[in-house]
Design a protein around this ligand. Structure first.
Ligand code: ADP
Ligand code: MG
Length: 273
């Protein structure tokens, strides 16, 4: 891959290598996330997608290589700077649970109460606007357990954007959603991106949905970036690996099995569990 030097990019990973628990997870990976767009990071399960998100939020640091967000060299952040940096990232985690003992209103208000000194009257207005954006102002005083999974996801979205971050990061936002909730989520991600001029990163293995949403896609496999382009460009690709992935075919260059010792040998050695 080319070395990343695109200053217009909101996020740049440059020759990043990550090892976790002794396993090489990403190797010499470079990619740009364009500003103001919705970018999908796709790839088979275990490819390293969530790892990329954790690099961006500086939960982990690469062994080698750099991560830049805006003008910030993320690897060098410490203490208070890191806190300030993270406030500008809206993160919707894969299992991003709400606080069950707080109402929807209080869940969304939490980051505002924690990170700003705004008076309660203003917080109230901001929270109601966010709830309105996700279509759940009417559920402000309800508790998460009283709402469907899809609605919970939307409350979590409202909470993630409470501080009006420049960047929204979504990890598998469509997992487990019924088709209607899924359509609502797709539309919301797009609307939030366009209305607030946000940069959005959507991590997903859900190829069909992404084709309806993303401006730009990166495909990760084998610890590396194997392709980038618009959904239409990738759908046209004749690269075997990309075709396998875009077509959702089980057989192809991406192996079905997680790397493991030879089964017969392992059984004979009496180590199989
Ligand atoms: N803390 C960890 N220790 C060891 N291996 C890890 C750790 N976190 C993730 N991995 C491994 O790194 C690889 C990539 O993980 P991840 O980024 O979560 O994949 P994806 O989100 O694409 O499904 C997987 O093989 C996973 O098992
Ligand atoms: Mg993941």
């Amino acid at each position: 891959m080319l070395e990343s030097t695109d200053r217009a990019a909101a996020i740049t990973l440059n020759k990043v290598t990550v090892r976790l628990g002794g396993r090489l997870v990403l190797e010499d990976l470079s990619l740009d996330i364009p500003r103001g767009k919705v970018t999908a990071v796709m790839g088979p399960s275990g490819a390293g997608k969530t790892t990329i998100l954790r690099l961006i939020t500086r939960q982990i640091r690469p062994e080698t290589g750099t991560v830049r967000v805006g003008e910030t060299q993320v690897n060098q952040l410490k203490g208070r700077e890191l806190g300030r940096f993270r406030r500008n990232l809206g993160v919707l985690l894969q299992n991003g649970a709400l606080f069950t003992d707080l109402t929807c209103f209080d869940n969304v208000a939490l980051p505002l109460r924690e990170h700003t000194d705004l008076p309660e009257t203003l917080i109230r207005r901001l929270v109601l606007i966010k709830l309105q954006t996700v279509g759940l102002r009417g559920a402000a005083e309800m508790y998460p357990r009283e709402l469907s999974g899809g609605m919970n996801r939307r409350i979590a979205m409202a909470r993630a954007m409470a501080l009006d971050p420049d960047i929204m990061l979504y990890d598998e936002p469509f997992a487990g959603l019924d088709p209607i909730s899924l359509g609502v989520s797709l539309r919301l991600i797009r609307e939030i991106n366009d209305a607030q001029d946000t940069t959005s990163v959507v991590i997903t293995h859900d190829v069909d949905e992404v084709a309806r949403l993303a401006d730009h896609c990166h495909i990760i496999a084998d610890r590396q970036l194997i392709a980038s382009g618009s959904p239409a460009e990738l759908a046209e690709s004749d690269h075997e690996l990309i075709r396998q992935f875009m077509g959702g075919h089980p057989d192809g260059p991406v192996p079905f099995h997680y790397p493991a010792p030879d089964l017969a040998e392992q059984m004979l050695a009496g180590q199989a569990r």
